[in-house]
Design a protein. Structure first.
Length: 592
């Protein structure tokens, strides 16, 4: 009774701290572009959320340590607190009044507007499943488009945690290991796929359900309904995202071969029939028959495939790691500074990969553990295979892998890592170390805190905040209203076509070119008097607050622009300021 009373107190304090975080964020709204959401948001918001995470972890680990989960479901409260903390953390920008995010996120908003406005999926929509799901939510609920687009990914991120618990139920025979797996990932957000509305991110976060059905199939536990759902997922994934569909194919092959090797070591008999028995050829065929024609139906994929083939044939091009090194050199990051940046940006992934490697060592040393945890071995084999492909991309072992999205594989590498992490943490508990629960709490909390403070781009990780403000959208709407299609655009880091996608939809913004020239460094004032001398024709030029601050603050070392350059721009006789809302300025550049 005393233990339950303590846990009740912890739960109440957690809900109170989370509520205070929400209220503090709401009453301290964003007042324009913020270079760092962490500096602009009151400290109590982050402290309250971290306390909630710590309390949720404490409840789950306490239940596991005392084995009260056998008699009580109070761990569900801890699980709910972790999920709630995760969602609130992802909602902080919108609670504080952010409009949206730059880049692909706002283009996805345009793709959804296309479906709502024309009533069907455009023929050039490569990833329709995500847009269909969001469109259905909007149509059924009647909620504003921007609201659904901004808030839906957080629910998908929370759903991923639920799916990982479901997957762990198909992997582990004991609830304790499942609890450790879900506690480990409860509030660890590995990358921006948890923030942005991106088809690749949604397809990735949904993959645990595929592996869950596949493991059920391998165990012979699938009913007709399970098999039907499994087939539906296989059919949908090529339209969800091609990279995730390729990962499914890799998963089927790797798990099939690993299963064969496990049986081979057990029986010591080699037959060709058995390896084909373990690799589900019919399932592979279904995925390939849908994926290949779908990819080849788009011209841009045909170009990528041809370039990929020529890269392999000729073996040309610098490695990805060389290109990363060149980028880091530009911002003067090397040596110890690189290690610090690596820990800040990928410390949570590294912790999970280290714990996964420990699980590999534990299984390698103990035959009984391997036999009782064959599905953990299968997950590790899958992670190892994805890791090899990613290393091949980094070091250009297989040239051209970047053309098929191999830079995204690091997200797939850690996707299923909570499974071996749960195994490792459970093994730590079984060692009967007195401070085992404290060690587990510290490890998971450390990974959670690293992920929290590296998720949003900020100067802490040498990145500017990716925020789009309402003033940015107001400026873009004004430009689009008076835009002359015969006159092109230029930009620093705010291409007009992205804003046009979000405002008009992709179909209705084709007059805005995707590849317009950027303005030269220092507006070319180091070589010319007028910016207009740098272009062959007149140009529209939109400058947001993001453009004005990024190169005079977080990327100052790049020496692309400074305050003096923007002062000269406002006195340049070849440049007319035609719009300003104090955050976003629009200029008309006359060719000189």
């Amino acid at each position: 009774m005393n233990r339950t009373s303590h846990l009740n107190t912890v739960a109440i304090l957690c809900f109170t701290s989370i509520t205070l975080s929400v209220l503090s964020a709401f009453y301290n709204p964003s007042r324009g572009y913020e270079l760092s959401i962490y500096d602009s948001t009151p400290l109590i918001v982050w402290v309250g959320l971290i306390f909630g995470v710590m309390g949720g972890l404490f409840i789950i680990i306490n239940q596991a340590y005392s084995e009260q989960y056998k008699h009580s479901n109070f761990w569900v409260i801890g699980f709910f607190i972790l999920i709630l903390s995760r969602i609130i953390f992802l909602y902080i920008p919108y609670i504080r009044g952010y409009y949206s995010w730059r880049g692909d996120n706002i283009t996805q908003l345009g793709a959804i507007k296309d479906i709502l406005s024309i009533g069907h999926i455009p023929s050039d929509n490569v990833y329709p499943i995500t847009h269909i799901l969001v469109t259905e939510i909007i149509s059924v609920s009647g909620l504003p488009i921007e609201f659904v687009v901004n808030h839906s990914t957080a629910f998908f991120s929370a759903f991923y945690v639920v799916l990982m618990f479901l997957l762990s139920s198909a992997v582990f025979s004991t609830k304790k290991e499942r609890l450790f797996s879900v506690a480990a990932i409860g509030c660890v957000l590995f990358d921006g796929y948890n923030i942005y509305l991106m088809p690749n991110g949604w397809s990735l976060l949904y993959l645990p359900i595929f592996l869950y059905f596949y493991f059920k199939y391998l165990s012979g536990e699938c009913s007709f309904q399970f098999n039907l759902l499994f087939v539906i997922i296989l059919v949908l994934y090529p339209f969800f995202h091609p990279v995730s569909s390729v990962v499914i194919i890799v998963t089927l092959v790797v798990i099939g071969i690993t299963n064969y090797l496990i049986k081979l070591f057990e029986t010591k008999k080699i037959t060709f029939k058995s390896i084909f028995y373990h690799i589900p050829l019919n399932t592979l065929l279904v995925e390939l028959v849908i994926l290949v024609p779908w990819i080849l139906s788009f011209q841009k994929f045909n170009l990528n495939i041809r370039t990929f083939y020529h890269s392999i044939a000729k073996g040309t091009g610098p490695s990805a790691i060389t290109q990363m090194g060149n980028t880091l050199d530009k911002i003067n990051v090397n040596g110890f500074e690189f290690l610090k940046l690596l820990f800040k940006t990928m410390g949570d992934e590294l912790i999970f990969l280290i714990l996964a490697f420990i699980s590999f060592i534990l299984l390698l040393r103990n035959h009984n553990e391997r036999k009782n945890n064959e599905k953990v071995v299968l997950v590790l084999a899958l992670m190892f295979s994805i890791g090899l492909i990613y290393l091949s991309y980094l070091f250009n072992i297989i040239p051209g892998l970047r053309l098929i999205g191999s830079d995204r594989l690091v997200s797939y590498l850690v996707l299923f890592s909570p499974i071996p992490v749960g195994f490792t943490l459970n093994h730590l508990f079984n060692m009967k170390i007195n401070i085992a629960s404290v060690i587990c709490l510290i490890i998971i909390l450390m990974a959670s805190i690293i992920s929290i403070f590296s998720l949003y781009p900020s100067p802490y990780v040498i990145m500017p905040n990716n925020e789009i403000t309402k003033m940015d959208m107001s400026g873009a709407e004004w430009l689009i209203s008076y835009y002359n299609p015969s006159i092109g655009t230029t930009q620093i880091m705010s291409p007009v076509y992205r804003f046009a996608n979000g405002i008009l939809g992709i179909v209705n913004s084709t007059q805005f070119k995707h590849r317009e020239p950027q303005v030269p460094d220092h507006f070319n004032y180091t070589h010319s008097i007028y910016l207009g001398e740098s272009f062959a024709t007149d140009k529209y030029f939109m400058v947001t607050m993001f453009d004005r601050v990024v190169y005079v603050s977080v990327w100052k070392v790049v020496d692309r622009f400074n305050d003096e350059d923007f002062e000269k721009l406002n006195t340049d006789l070849s440049v007319d300021k035609i719009y300003s809302n104090r955050e976003t300025n629009i200029y008309y550049i006359h060719n000189v």
